[in-house]
Design a protein around this ligand. Structure first.
Ligand SMILES: CC(C)(COP(=O)(O)OP(=O)(O)OC[C@H]1O[C@@H](n2cnc3c(N)ncnc32)[C@H](O)[C@@H]1OP(=O)(O)O)[C@@H](O)C(=O)NCCC(=O)NCCS
Length: 295
């Protein structure tokens, strides 16, 4: 579908909107790099592989806008990588990308993590404030051992854990992210906090952007979450590690001490604020996101 825009050179420019293909990824990487976002082509490839996307293109097939989304079951979806090239911002392209993504997701409750630049567009698109997500990152300095209660241990996650991890993730996030958890498990870098009474938490770490990213971190207690983050930080000592986490002072203080400083925040938004998560102590809780895009 095309739309005619009058741009500053007063030439009419046809902007087309179409599904994103793997061939578009090099241009998409350029768009995110121009914003100083860290995503590598491998990160874009994984994101498109697990979801869907639309691009806005000019007549000569230059990609000037992107939006991706991931469906989690039949009722919830996350949107991310919503970018319009700076030269084209303010011409309604972001709004068009959002409208087309929403058309593809009828009846879904939508979630996203908004930069300050994105908030006005999302508010106008019916999204409401849910909370704040902090971005912590840096080269890991030193990490103390976080003791677990008697009888608990950290062990690698394996394929046999898939159902248990999906159930715990669904309890924490109120959505079915089975294909994401399956993909993360297949990379072989998952851990579980195990106890005599069952699994108390799980977490993954993967290559992302400028180094590694730890997340999601899902656990029934802050202590288990911290122990898993300390495990990843220990493995990544001296390397770049990123953690995107819903605000939590205890975990934020620990990350700061380990050299993972808070470098920014984004706003969690949803089309159904009734969906707000307020876990009770002992409930499965998401202490770190899989990333700002996936949630
Ligand atoms: C956020 C972004 C995608 C918006 O794309 P865009 O094409 O410039 O947005 P649009 O022109 O479609 O504007 C959409 C609406 O938001 C409003 N809007 C956009 N930027 C605004 C701003 N800074 N302040 C107030 N309103 C704003 C527009 O007025 C418009 O509303 P209207 O149609 O009622 O006038 C674009 O600015 C961008 O790529 N920013 C950098 C990357 C980024 O931060 N993306 C968000 C990731 S969550």
């Amino acid at each position: 579908m095309t739309r005619t825009f009058t741009y500053s050179d007063q030439q009419d420019t046809q902007i087309a909107f179409r599904p994103m293909h793997p061939d578009d990824l090099p241009q998409a990487v350029r768009l995110s790099k121009d914003l100083a976002w860290p995503h590598r082509q491998e990160d874009w490839t994984q994101m498109l592989g697990l979801g869907h996307g639309i691009v806005a293109t000019t007549q000569d097939n230059a990609v000037i806008g992107t939006i991706l989304w991931w469906t989690w079951g039949s009722q919830a979806a996350s949107l991310g990588m919503i970018i319009v090239s700076p030269a084209w911002q303010g011409h309604g392209i972001g709004k068009q990308l959002m409208a087309r993504a929403r058309q593809a997701l009828p009846g879904y409750t939508l979630h996203l993590n908004a930069t300050s630049a994105g908030v006005p567009l999302y508010e106008k698109s019916g999204f409401r404030y849910l909370g704040v997500v902090e971005q912590h990152q840096g080269n890991v300095a030193s990490v103390p051992l976080i003791p677990l209660p008697e009888g608990c241990r950290i062990r690698p996650a394996g394929a046999a854990d898939l159902d248990a991890l999906c159930a715990m993730d669904a309890a924490a996030k109120k959505m079915n992210r089975q294909h994401l958890i399956r993909a993360l498990l297949s990379e072989g870098r998952g851990i579980i906090v195990d106890s005599e009474t069952g699994i108390l938490g799980f977490s993954f770490c993967r290559k992302f952007g400028w180094g590694q990213a730890a997340g999601p971190v899902v656990a029934t207690s802050e202590n288990s979450a911290l122990a898993m983050l300390a495990y990843w930080a220990g493995i990544c000592t001296g390397q770049f590690l990123r953690v995107d986490m819903p605000q939590n002072d205890v975990i934020a203080t620990a990350l700061d001490e380990w050299g993972l400083l808070r470098v920014g925040t984004v706003i969690s938004m949803t089309t159904d604020p009734g969906d707000a998560l307020s876990p009770a102590p002992g409930d499965a809780t998401c202490f770190a996101l899989c990333g700002q895009a996936y949630g």
